[in-house]
Structures are given as C-alpha cells and as structure tokens.
Design a protein around this ligand. Structure first.
Ligand code: NAG
Ligand code: NAG
Ligand code: NAG
Ligand code: NAG
Ligand code: NAG
Ligand code: NAG
Ligand code: NAG
Ligand code: NAG
Length: 713
C-alpha cells in the first residue's frame, strides 16, 4: 500500500517534470556572431558561438576538430552563475561554417541548439565588402516574477551601421523547433525590446528570436517592407519566479557602472577596466553574473549591505575574437534580478606599417624609426608619446623616437603568457583646435614571452586543482652556470627589501673561522639559488614565502635566508629571469660549514588582474596580497647536500668559466659537486642536471606583429 502511494507520487512528480515548463530549457541562451570570410567569396563565415548551459557544465569536446577552422575556448573558469535553479555556465567556440547554416548542435544530451542562419554572402553596394550580420549581446539567464511586468532591452550592434530589428523565430520556416511564441512576451521589433506581461505561471521558458539587419532608409516605416540582408538566431531564457515583495525592489546599477550599450575602443595590448556597481535595498546581492568573452577577468566581488560591486578587465593580446564583442552582467539576489546591462569592446583596426619601419627593443628602451613618406597629411609637430616629455624627432625622411621602458609613460601589461611594454605615438591637439587633418595613433609594443615551452592548456575546470600538474624545483648553480646562465652570467638585479630590524643580520653568523684560500679546494663565494616551476598556466607567478639554510640534513639548526619577500642578509640579490623562475644570488663566504642544505616554501599563484602581481613583496601588507591572489598553491622544496668547497675540475662536471661580478683567480677555475638537487630526487648530484628546458628570454622585436598603425579620419 505504502509502496503504491510512493510510486504514485513519484509518477506524479515525474509527470509534472515532463509537462511543466521547467523541463524545456537546459539550454539557457545562444547567440552567433558571424564574420564573413573574404577568402572564399563569402560562402563561409567564421561563427562565434556563445551558449549558456545549465549545470553540470558540459564539455566542448566533439564540437569540431581544433585547427584553423575551429577554436574551442576552454576557459578554466567559464563564466557562470548560481541563479536560477542549479546554476549555469557559458561555453564559447568559433567555427567556420557555410554562410547559410542549418544545424543542430549538441553539447550533451540535455543541451541542444537548433540553428538556422542566413548570413550572406551579400556584397555591400557602398564598399563592395561582405555584409556583417547583426551582433546581439547575450544577457545572463533572465529572471522575472509572477505578476510583475518587466522590460528586457537587448543590446544590438551592426558593424556596417545597418538598422537591426528582432522578430520571433518561425517554426514553419524551420528557424526553431517546438517554439510557439509565449502569450506573455511582447516584442517591440524595431527596438529589440521584449516585455514580460507578468501573466505567466512560475517556470522556465525559452524565447527564440531572429535578429535581422536592414539597409537604413531615410524614412522610418519603410523598413517594414524591405527584405533583411541577413538573419541570425538569438535564444534567451526567462525564468518566472514567485513574487515575495513589491515589483520595484530590484537591484539598480549606480552611476559608476558604464551606461548600457557603451563601447570601449581598445588598441593592441591596451587594458580596459570597468566596474559594475549595484544598489539593492531589499535583499543583498549574492552574485554579479557575467557573460563575456575569453580573456575577460572578473575580480573584487564585494557585497556589503545594499552595495555590491565587481571589477572587470580585459587586455587585448593576440586573439581571434570578433572586432566588436559584448559583455553583459546582472546583479542577482535571492529572489530579485537587476536589469541586464551590456557594454561592448571594439578592437580598433590596425594597418600594417609602411616598409622600412623599424622598432627595436632592448632591455631598457624601444627605438622607433618611421619613414615619413607614408604619413602625408599628418602634422608631425603634434605627435607625442604617452608622456609629452619624451622627445620625438624627425628630419626630412624619418621620424625617430626613443622610448624608455621605465619612463615615457610606458605601461606594462600581461597579455596571455607575455609581458608587454606599451606606449602610443599619437597626434595631440589643443582642445580649442578643430581641424580636418587626420590624426595618427600608433601603438608601440615590446613583448617579452614568458615560458615559450608550449601553449596553455586550460583543460582544467576545478579551481583548486589548476596547479595539479605543476611542480616547483630548487636548484643551486654557480653564477653564470645552469639553465639560466643567460640571466646569471650578466645579471640584472632587482631590488629586494631587508627583513625588519631585529630579525635581520648583516652577515651570516660565523660558527668558526676558516682560512679562505684561492685555487682548488677553495671556498665558493657566491651561489645562485634557483626556484623553478614547470607550470604552463598563463600568468602563474612564483612567490617565495620562506627559505632556510642548514648545515645538517635534518635542519636541526637552521638560518632564515628569506621570509615574506624580504631577505635576511643585505648581500642577497635577486636576478631578473622569467615568471617561472626566481633566482637569488647568495653570498656564502660567511657560512662555516662545507656542505649546506636549503629548504624553501614557495607559492605558485595567479593574480586577479593581468597587470597585478601576486608575488609577496617585502614590507607590503599581507592584506594587500590576499586581495590580489586569484589562486595559489604552496610547495615545500628541499635541496640535497650542496658543497661549498670548490674542487679541482673533474671532466664529467661543468666548469665555471668566470662568473660575472666575481674576482676569480686566473689559475684553476673551481667546480662544484653535489649541487643540482630537487625535492623529489635528492640523490641527483650534478650541476648539469636540468629537468626543464626554458627558452631564451629576452626583449625582442616582432616588427610585423608587435606593431600596428591606426589612422583616424
Ligand atoms: C577551412 O575552411 C575553409 C573554408 O571553408 C576551407 O577552404 C579550408 O580547407 C578549411 N581548412 C581546414 C584546415 O579545414
Ligand atoms: C534544416 O535541416 C533539416 C535536417 O537536415 C531539414 O529537415 C530542414 O528542412 C532544413 N531546414 C531548412 C530551412 O533548410
Ligand atoms: C637601448 O636603446 C637605447 C635607445 O636607443 C640606448 O640609449 C641604450 O643605450 C640601449 N641599451 C642597451 C643596453 O643596449
Ligand atoms: C601643426 O600643429 C601645430 C600644433 O598643433 C600647429 O601650431 C600648426 O599650425 C600645425 N601645422 C599645420 C601645417 O597645420
Ligand atoms: C633622417 O633620420 C634617419 C633615421 O635616424 C637617418 O637614417 C637618415 O639618414 C636621416 N636623414 C637625413 C637627411 O638626415
Ligand atoms: C582534457 O579533459 C578531458 C576530459 O577530462 C580528457 O579526456 C583529456 O585527456 C584532457 N586533455 C588534455 C590535453 O589533458
Ligand atoms: C611538472 O613536473 C612534474 C614532476 O616532475 C610532472 O609530474 C608534471 O607533469 C610536470 N608538469 C608539466 C606541465 O610539465
Ligand atoms: C651590509 O651591511 C653592513 C653592515 O651594516 C655594511 O657594512 C655593508 O656595506 C652592507 N652591504 C651592502 C652590500 O649593502
């Protein structure tokens, strides 16, 4: 009896699940931004898909074979949200598809999209180029409340300046399946604005639209009669929830938030930052949900009392994204949602520089030489760098500028795995001056690749395990030796702060005095401590928490060498290397033992912002550091025995051939035994043992790629 009753309830709830609107949407949104390919006569487009799927977040595997015609954006933090229901995530990919495209795309059995797109080819009469279909910004899943009418304004743009209208997708045209428009949704086609009347039962609904572009006509009203140039699908979701409070209590964006439809123009390697801020008087905001584009960084979410905020940043590195792309966000509280707000980023188009242009980067400066022939009509006296104090000179044929990397207003950004120094040469006019002369904007960039080993692998979705495949090693090498000889032979030192007063020593304690002798058997004066990581994650940095040295293997008595970014000895210097290596030059003349051991605690971390660092800096508050770290994992690494006595050369070990900054005697160069040690293999005993191959890193010039010109009329 009980069994039957239970069964009946199960069947009933199953039936509810099947007939209720809730089962309709595990696909919570879709947009396609199509870019016509000139190369094959517009028969194909590069389609940039953005979809929202309900959790668990489906993988991108099996969509297409990655290559020139397909890019899967495997973000390790896909955009995601917790409202409504069990939450959702954003999946994005780019694929070359026919411009007339009719297909069903399945991410998994629950997330299936039907797509019918007519995207050309249509050559435009005014410039002969292929038409760009409209771009619609995809908002996070929309939430509304029973009996609370609500407007939903879509943000749409058209690169050709066409008029964009939206209409419901038509089932009879094959534009969607099973998609009769809901009676409680009204659509103002010309404005792409939806109105929810409020008269709907609680549940989740899909809205299928087509966005179409029309040649703008002088007379409004004529649009209706003409044919659209292209049609692209847009799918939205609306979840209708129960209403517990008045219809006007939603969170509202403050003036700090960029206005709806704002467009930011971005130069190569430029960083765009903005903040979303909301006031919510009724309920605290639990999330500011974002649907953006790959590479967008969100950080600093805070919700205190009625105020909530989130910062966002994007650095334009090399990318395959569309010239124009949207970022939409909403504030969600327990039962309320703000209006969605969308902003757009426009990647300014750049021209390849004229033949004969040169940009040379060295360790301290970039030097630009630009032939003037190509710059007719540009008023050269108006040209300035970021800082007007750095001179730009020109003669009859060439313009020359010397731009200091530390000065001249040069900025530093992280773009992907590169550190990029940027400056801009541009026309600057007095405000009062109105002129029809074109102006010049010339972004300059010197790029330092981080580890060039191989591309990042973002195949990891769980934040705490992003460093699962990473390791940290500790190695000792003589100055100018080892895998980083490039850096340690002619070292560039970075400043490193001293530990506060009482903890510091000006030299290591002398346990007993040793006579120092030259030649074989002599003491080593300086040693380079290398802390190396093999992470392939973008923007990972190495932060040294603490290093100690001891005469014994069990570290019974140990001496702090470094702590919290500070050094204990004023003789310790840091050598600039790569983001995957921290190298410290230690003066070991005062260590009495013949053999030492070292142990370090090191953090691998990723900063929130591309232009921030999560490396602990001496005497900078820890609070500050906590606010900058997105992810971190601590490693403890120990060396094996390190001999501090130089011995006669042995053929099988390497030989120091004159370390920089040392007064080596001309006689016999010392060698060192038992030095390269990692935490996992303390028995390894050779200077030569190098586990990871790091490429040579230097400031270098990539004329064709690092260098763009943009002439504004
Ligand atoms: C990429 O797509 C273009 C246009 O459809 C086609 O011509 C080309 O062969 C494709 N390339 C690859 C590697 O699939
Ligand atoms: C789209 O493809 C499906 C399946 O191949 C087909 O049945 C349908 O007629 C096509 N629709 C259009 C508009 O071409
Ligand atoms: C780098 O270039 C600048 C400007 O041309 C020059 O003044 C400086 O001496 C160069 N530095 C090095 C280390 O070559
Ligand atoms: C060039 O710019 C300067 C500064 O704005 C101005 O004084 C000068 O008249 C301009 N020259 C020409 C030829 O327009
Ligand atoms: C102008 O400057 C360029 C670059 O410094 C130089 O190569 C060229 O010889 C100079 N021309 C004249 C006429 O001085
Ligand atoms: C990516 O993840 C999938 C699923 O977890 C796994 O099968 C695949 O081997 C991974 N790829 C790489 C390159 O690690
Ligand atoms: C880093 O080194 C560890 C230990 O040697 C190894 O297991 C891991 O696969 C390496 N990771 C990468 C990304 O090479
Ligand atoms: C380190 O400190 C000692 C004592 O204060 C001082 O004599 C010495 O010059 C300092 N060394 C350096 C490299 O600053």
């Amino acid at each position: 009896m009980i069994d039957r009753l239970t069964l009946a309830i199960v069947v009933q709830s199953l039936a509810l699940l099947w007939i209720g609107p809730a089962c309709e949407a595990s696909s919570l949104g879709l947009t396609v931004h199509a870019v016509p390919l000139q190369s094959d006569g517009g028969q194909s487009v590069r389609a940039h898909f953005t979809v929202i799927a309900s959790n668990p977040c489906p993988p991108l595997t099996g969509l297409c074979t990655e290559g020139v015609n397909c890019t899967l954006h495997k973000a390790y933090f896909p955009f995601s949200g917790i409202k409504p229901d069990s939450g959702w995530c954003v999946r994005q990919w780019e694929q070359v598809v026919p411009s007339h495209y009719n297909s069903t795309i399945s991410l998994n059995s629950r997330t299936t999209f039907h797509i019918l797109m007519k995207a050309g080819p249509d050559a435009r009469a005014n410039n002969g180029k292929f038409n760009h279909p409209a771009y619609v910004a995809l908002p996070p899943p929309i939430r509304a409340r029973e009996n609370c009418p609500h407007h939903i304004q879509l943000s749409v743009k058209d690169l050709d300046g066409d008029k964009v209208r939206c209409r419901f997708a038509m089932e009879e045209q094959g534009e969607c399946l099973d998609c009769t428009p809901h009676s409680f949704i009204e659509l103002y086609k010309d404005a792409c604005m939806l109105t929810f009347t409020g008269n709907a039962p609680v549940g989740q609904y899909s809205i299928y639209l087509m966005a179409e572009d029309y040649i703008p006509t002088p007379k409004a009203g004529q649009v209706r009669e003409s044919q659209p140039i292209s049609s692209v699908p847009v799918q939205l979701s609306l979840s209708v929830e129960q209403s517990y409070s008045s219809c006007t209590d939603e969170p509202v964006a403050t003036g700090k938030t960029p206005k709806e439809h704002t467009t930011f123009h971005v130069l190569p390697f430029e960083e765009v930052k903005f903040e979303a801020e909301f006031i919510s008087r009724k309920e605290g905001v639990s999330e500011i949900a974002v649907v953006g584009q790959p590479g967008l960084i969100k950080y600093g979410f805070a919700s205190t009392g009625a105020l909530s905020q989130l910062s966002m940043s994007w650095v334009r590195g090399e990318n395959t994204l569309t010239h124009l792309f949207p970022i939409c966000f909403v504030a969600n509280s327990m039962s309320l949602q703000s209006e969605p707000r969308c902003v757009w980023l426009y990647q300014r188009e750049v021209r390849i520089l004229p033949h004969g242009t040169e940009l040379i980067c060295n360790k301290t400066a970039m030097t630009l030489v630009l032939p003037l022939g190509s710059l007719s009509n540009i008023n050269l006296t108006e040209l300035q760098l970021n800082s007007p104090t750095c001179p730009v000179t020109f003669n009859d044929t060439h313009l020359t500028a010397h731009v200091a990397l530390e000065g001249c207003g040069t900025k530093t950004v992280h773009a992907g795995r590169e550190l990029v120094f940027t400056n801009t040469l541009k026309s600057v006019r007095p405000y009062s001056m109105i002129t029809r002369q074109p102006s010049l904007i010339l972004p300059l960039a010197c790029r330092i690749p981080a580890v060039q080993a191989r591309g990042p692998n973002f195949n990891v979705t769980v934040p705490v395990t992003v460093f699962f495949n990473s390791d940290v090693r500790l190695e000792f090498h003589l100055p100018g030796e080892g895998p980083f000889a490039e850096y340690t032979y002619h070292p560039q030192f970075s400043p490193i702060g001293l530990m506060p007063g009482p903890m510091r020593r000006d030299s290591a304690p002398v346990r007993h005095i040793r006579a120092l002798q030259g030649g074989p058997g002599s003491r080593i004066k300086e040693l380079d401590l290398h802390l190396l990581s093999n992470t392939t994650l973008e923007r990972a940095e190495l932060s040294v928490k603490r290093c100690v040295e001891s005469a014994s293997e069990n570290f019974a008595e140990s001496l702090i060498i470094m702590e919290n970014g500070c050094t204990a000895f004023n003789t310790t210097k840091e050598i600039r290397a790569t983001s995957n290596a921290r190298i410290f030059r230690l003066d070991v003349t005062n260590l009495v033992e013949n053999t030492m051991y070292a142990e370090c605690e090191v953090d691998l971390c990723i900063p929130f912002l591309p232009s921030q660092t999560c490396v602990t800096q001496c005497n900078k508050g820890l609070v500050n550091r906590a606010a900058t770290i997105m992810l971190s994992k601590t490693f403890t690494v120990r060396s094996g025995p390190v001999s501090l006595v130089a011995t006669t050369p042995v053929p099988s070990t390497s030989v120091v051939t004159g370390a920089a900054g040392q007064n080596e005697g001309p006689a016999t160069a010392p060698t060192v035994e038992a030095v390269t040690i990692t935490s996992s293999a303390p028995e390894q005993t050779s200077f030569m043992a190098v586990g990871i191959t790091f490429n040579i890193i230097c400031l270098y010039v990539i004329i064709r790629e690092s260098f763009f010109i943009f002439v504004e009329k």
